[in-house]
Design a protein around this ligand. Structure first.
Ligand SMILES: [Zn+2]
Length: 261
């Protein structure tokens, strides 16, 4: 009789122990942590963001790393990787007032300036487009902090700020200040109708081969913070441009998955 009781007690202990152990290991598995771009200090934000949206763990981590879980301009940091092709400037990452990129060169005699490597690649791209009777012209590239400040304030005189913010960057937050962005047209049609041109179709198929990406695609406004701009391209170098093109993703998503890790 005693023996039986002892066996029962022993079994109860074993069962409760294994149950406790199982519970503990379950607790230790953190599904967000399995990604190389996981950031420990954002753990709580991943959990909260996932409760609100039902995204995959991967998308949750990337979106929170981008900063999408917080309103634009409310949680910004100084841009990293200054003077590289993969610098990210958006509504969460800004440049200081005195940041002027290295190696700016003149675009013909227009007074427009662009980082040399980007301009050399643009010329190569425009020359090859020309062979197919297509015209690519840069109408805006590098903009200083002061220039952007004046531009933004000018827009504020005609539109309320929440509207201006959908199409114009606040000073310091403009990608044009990196010297790696270009706005283009085809010399005939207004730049904001660029999506209707043959040049646009050509750019969709070829821009990445020269290191350029369409920076603010249609349907990605939540991520990029900007309305669709068929005329705005960003130089990121050929390798990154090809990868972004192949993945059909945005620079923000690429940056937080492959660069800032
Ligand atoms: Zn632009």
């Amino acid at each position: 009789m005693k023996k039986k009781l002892f066996i029962i007690l022993f079994l109860i202990i074993i069962i409760s122990l294994s149950f406790l152990l199982k519970k503990n290991t379950k607790k230790e598995i953190n599904p967000f942590q399995e990604f190389p771009f996981y950031k420990e200090h954002l753990q709580q934000e991943y959990e909260e963001y996932q409760k609100q949206n039902n995204y995959s763990f991967k998308k949750t981590v990337i979106n929170v790393n981008i900063g999408i879980n917080k309103p634009f301009y409310t949680n910004s940091s100084p841009a990293k990787y200054l003077n590289t092709n993969y610098i990210l400037v958006n509504k969460y990452n800004y440049l200081s007032k005195d940041y002027i990129p290295n190696n700016l060169v003149n675009v013909n005699s227009s007074g427009i300036r662009l980082v040399k490597e980007a301009y050399d690649s643009f010329k190569d791209m425009a020359n090859n487009a020309k062979k197919e009777n297509l015209n690519l012209r840069i109408i805006s590239a590098y903009r200083s902090f002061e220039y952007q400040n004046n531009l933004y304030n000018k827009y504020l005189q005609k539109d309320p700020q929440d509207k201006v913010d959908t199409y114009s960057a606040r000073p310091g937050y403009s990608e044009h200040q990196t010297g790696l962005s270009i706005d283009i047209d085809n010399k005939n049609i207004d730049y904001n109708k660029f999506h209707l041109t043959k040049e646009y179709t050509w750019m969709q198929n070829n821009a990445y081969k020269y290191g350029f990406i369409l920076r603010y695609p249609l349907g990605k406004e939540v991520i990029t913070g900007y309305q669709y701009e068929s005329w705005h391209y960003r130089y990121v170098g050929k390798k990154i441009a090809k990868e972004i093109h192949d993945l059909n993703t945005t620079f923000e998503e690429y940056y937080y998955e492959f660069i800032d890790i």
